[in-house]
Design a protein around this ligand. Structure first.
Ligand SMILES: *Cc1c(COP(=O)(O)O)cnc(C)c1O
Length: 369
């Protein structure tokens, strides 16, 4: 099969979805797909069998959720334009605003359309180390309203509160955050219909403590009588897709280097942004197996390096390499820098057949400009 391509696996996706459904049922909460992590709408019919709706960062994702997912559509943005809110009001069930000022400006329009209005809170409780760009509670954060910025005059306009502070975290960090949130904002919850706990819950990871999550959600429901929402992105498609690449050439410059037909910068930008070293099937850490290579992309960017990996035998032109956990934050983030072609998107069904959902061409590069 022509490389490069992403391969989404229906069986793996459904494994995640079954676990998420069981969490929703045991905890008595609703779970939404955060589309910013994954928007392959051709697979939404499967996802919507298990989840309660989708959440959006703006008009485009909300429209995609409305058109292709059905069920509930939610949206949040750090700031909305008036024309966005007008459009979102006919697409969404919930809109979450970032500040009391945006609530005051847009709540009347939302109410007229029957849209539930929320405010994002910043509980000022950092639970993650290392990834400051993924910490909405970092000092100086624009994401959410702190207690000092809370304006009680908006309370009558609010149906719910929202916080999103986690990234790839377990339920112990959620527990710490919920405690901080309730200490500061719990007094407002009895007058709310719902509480949205955002995303970043790594629920489908093997060591995730699901029982604790269920306890936390049930506790919130019992104490405050609110409908609880979770909106994971990553957890929905964790380990549910791969990126298939080929070796184009090898060279030696102090170390062995293999140039692939995939680029970190264009096809897996989180490798550089986060940064992290993606899993690669059949490989080891540098030096672990006999032959170590630096795997790099074909763009002009000197730093277009995926990582150092080792193999049992030397790499040669034409070898296929398969990167793991490539369904999340990849296809939504690819770009055509250097005029790089976009990888095709394929789907491995439970029947073992591979279906091509999308292939890209020169026109996709040209039409964006
Ligand atoms: C990014 C984001 C999510 C999803 O986060 P994951 O880490 O992919 O689970 C959910 N809600 C909000 C507001 C977000 O910004």
């Amino acid at each position: 099969m022509n490389t490069p391509y992403f391969l989404i696996e229906e069986e793996k996706l459904e494994q995640n979805l079954r676990l998420l459904r069981s969490v929703a049922e045991r905890a008595g909460c609703k779970i939404l797909l955060a589309q910013k992590a994954y928007s392959v709408y051709q697979t939404y019919p499967t996802i919507s069998n298990y989840l309660d709706g989708s959440t959006a960062s703006g008009v485009y994702e909300a429209r995609l959720g409305r058109e292709e997912f059905g069920k509930e559509v939610h949206a949040y943005s750090p700031a909305f334009r008036e024309e966005d809110v007008k459009e979102l009001a006919s697409l969404c069930d919930h809109i979450v605003f970032n500040t009391p000022a945006q609530v005051k400006k847009y709540a009347p329009l939302c109410k007229k359309k029957g849209v539930s209005v929320g405010l994002r809170i910043n509980p000022e409780c950092s639970t993650q180390e290392g990834h400051a760009i993924y910490d909405p509670c970092a000092p100086g954060s624009r994401l959410g309203t702190t207690l000092a910025n809370f304006d009680e005059s908006v309370l009558p306009l609010l149906d719910g509160l929202h916080f999103h502070t986690l990234c790839e975290q377990n339920s112990d960090d959620l527990e710490v955050t919920v405690r901080a949130f309730c200490d500061k904002f719990g007094k407002y919850l009895p007058r709310m219909k719902w509480l949205n706990l955002g995303g970043g819950h790594h629920i489908t990871r093997a060591d995730y403590d699901v029982d604790r999550l269920v306890r936390i959600v049930r506790g919130l429901k019992e104490r405050y009588g609110v409908q609880v929402y979770l909106e994971p992105g990553e957890a929905v498609v964790l380990n549910a897709g791969t990126l298939h690449a080929r070796v184009l050439d090898t060279l030696h410059n102090g170390l062995d280097i293999a140039i692939l037909d995939v680029s970190a910068a264009c096809h897996m930008p989180d490798v550089l942004e986060m940064p992290y070293r993606p899993p690669l099937f059949g490989s080891g850490e540098a030096g672990e197996k006999a032959y170590t290579y630096r795997l790099a992309g074909p763009t002009c960017l000197a730093g277009d390096v995926i990582g150092d990996y080792s193999f049992d035998s030397p790499l040669k032109e034409g070898d296929e390499l398969v990167f793991g956990d490539m369904a999340l934050y990849t296809m939504v983030k690819t770009n055509t820098f250097n005029g790089m072609p976009l990888p095709a998107i394929r789907y491995l069904g439970k029947d073992g057949k591979i279906q091509t959902l999308r292939e890209f061409s020169y026109e996709d590069f040209k039409n964006r400009l």
